[in-house]
Ligand binder design. Structure first.
Ligand code: ZN
Length: 260
């Protein structure tokens, strides 16, 4: 099967992502930040929206559902089980709820659901193992990670470690364009990391040209995302935390980023 993927900006710094499977003629939106922006791309491509998979309950990921359902009444909505009551209070009817280890079909392929609590307590991500694709919502960003709003900080470290253990070639789509600020922060933590220096220069050029810096890959994140590197001796010494538990090193970095 051939998957076509369209990524486009929504709202101020969100991404919309549409997947289209030409064999089954199905089209999937990962989250629904903005109905108008998503409809514009669907129209331009000549695609009919058939599925929406939600990663977490935040308004900038679910507020487009109602508008899209008005245009595509048959669209099937899949929600994270731990947040389905909260989300359906906003969007109404839904079709399926998923949790850790579930598989969701899309045309001839399927995605595996991983629970990644931290940014929200019931956040899920979708992994297409065959196609090497990860839709990470607001858990993992290019060069960074989501704010930890609903769990203790070490829970987010566990969630990020799950994603970091996926194959390096997996392409990662995220909910927001935050790469520039993330890499600047990363370099302040790990100034000797040549790969962060190089990536920051590339990202500055992309942003200056008004271009997106995503998707990224798990391999690039392992090398340049300090939030996945809390077990690195260079980072631990820079924070005066040599030999510390990586979860506490992660927590220290996340707290510093919150104040940055
Ligand atoms: Zn969010």
């Amino acid at each position: 099967m051939t998957l076509h993927i369209e990524q486009f900006p929504c709202l101020s710094d969100n991404f919309g992502v549409l997947l289209h499977d030409s064999a089954s003629n199905r089209t999937l939106s990962i989250d629904a930040p903005e109905a108008d922006a998503i409809e514009k791309v669907l129209k331009a491509k000549g695609w009919t929206l058939t599925d929406i998979w939600i990663t977490h309950h935040h308004a900038d990921h679910v507020q487009g559902v109602a508008g899209l359902r008005a245009l595509y009444p048959a669209v099937k909505i899949t929600l994270p089980k731990a947040e389905s009551a909260r989300i359906s209070a906003v969007i109404g009817h839904f079709d399926a709820e998923v949790s850790e280890g579930d598989f969701v079909k899309f045309g001839e392929t399927e995605a595996r659901v991983l629970e990644t609590p931290g940014h929200t307590a019931g956040h899920v991500v979708y992994v297409f193992d065959e196609e090497n694709l990860l839709f990470a919502g607001d858990t993992l960003f290019a060069g960074g990670c989501g704010r930890v709003l609903e769990t203790p900080l070490p829970v987010m470290w566990n969630s990020l470690s799950k994603l970091s253990s996926l194959p390096g070639e997996v392409q990662v789509y995220c909910g927001h364009e935050y790469t520039l600020a993330n890499l600047r922060f990363g370099l302040s933590i790990e100034p000797g990391n040549v790969l962060i220096q190089q990536r920051l220069a590339e990202v500055e050029a992309l942003r200056a040209a008004g271009k997106a810096t995503l998707p990224t890959t798990i391999g690039l994140e392992q090398a340049t995302n300090v939030f996945l590197r809390a077990d690195e001796p260079a980072i631990q010494s820079a924070l005066n935390m040599a030999g510390a538990d990586p979860a506490s090193v992660f927590a220290e970095m996340r707290e510093r980023k919150n104040k940055a």
